[in-house]
Design a protein around this ligand. Structure first.
Ligand code: PGA
Length: 255
């Protein structure tokens, strides 16, 4: 059975790039992906302050989608410095990254909080790129499968099957993020197959075959093709290499 799952290459710009730099980069990427096939989706994720300008500059190019890197769980209120789903919606954002390991690690985002964010995003019919993955010590102690199972169970497995149409999974082993060390294609495939099986066991094979599972962690032009060639790897969430138009384009082309 051939499965049509969406291929996605998403660039997480993190806390990088000014407004002008963001516009320059997205314009360069837009030019490069003009002839890309329909099955592949390209996403860029600028900082909150630059989201609006990047959305405006991509509005004529449907090939590049724009995502937020985070959002708050509440509808609105006294949460100084935070950004709501409604605000994102109002500027044309319908995809949000949640659960990135940097949010978990530096901003104490745990599964209880992330579950609330997931629910709020779904309430606003937003698509979620949900990130998760084990730390180095988890892998060294052979706990990586348990950790990943827990992260998914805690924040996503209470959702219904329809909700899963709005979920994109991003497996990002923490030890591979920004370190230059990537999971081998075999390690990525092994974990992605495990994740798909978890979803199948919880729901059914229709849900599990439909969900795109991205790999993230030091994906570069030199390793992208091999990682993306694995059957359960449906694309990537790219940090460092997404800040350079030609590297990011090469990674997109690798899919
Ligand atoms: P990296 O980051 O590609 O720089 O390792 C990936 C990520 O944090 O999503």
């Amino acid at each position: 059975m051939s499965i049509m799952r969406k291929k996605i290459v998403a660039g997480n710009w993190k806390m990088n790039l000014t407004k002008d730099q963001s516009l320059e980069l997205v314009n360069e990427i837009s030019k490069n992906v003009d002839n890309l096939s329909e099955e592949t989706e390209v996403i860029v994720s600028p900082s909150f302050v630059n989201l609006s300008s990047v959305v405006d500059s991509t509005s004529r190019n449907k090939k590049v989608q724009v995502a937020a890197q985070n959002m708050h769980f509440a509808e609105n209120g006294a949460f100084t410095g935070e950004v709501s789903a409604e605000m994102l919606e109002s500027i044309g954002i319908s995809t949000v990254i949640l659960g990135h390991s940097e949010r978990r690690e530096y901003f104490n985002e745990g599964s209880h909080l992330l579950t609330k964010k997931v629910e709020q995003a779904l309430e606003h019919k937003m698509r979620i790129i949900f990130c998760f993955g084990e730390k180095l010590e988890d892998r060294q102690s052979n706990n990586h499968f348990d950790i990943v199972r827990e992260q998914l169970q805690d924040s996503l497995f209470h959702l219904n099957e329809v909700d899963w149409d709005s979920i994109v999974l991003a497996y990002e082993p923490v030890w591979a993020i920004g370190t230059g060390e990537t999971a081998s294609p075999e390690q990525a495939q092994e974990m992605h197959a495990f994740i798909r099986k978890l979803v199948e066991n919880k729901y059914d094979d229709e849900v599990s075959n439909r969900v795109s599972i991205l790999y993230g962690g030091s994906v570069k032009p030199a390793n992208a093709e091999e990682i993306f060639s694995k059957p359960d790897v449906d694309g990537g969430l790219i940090g460092g290499a997404s800040l350079n138009a030609s590297d990011f384009t090469a990674i997109i082309n690798a899919i």
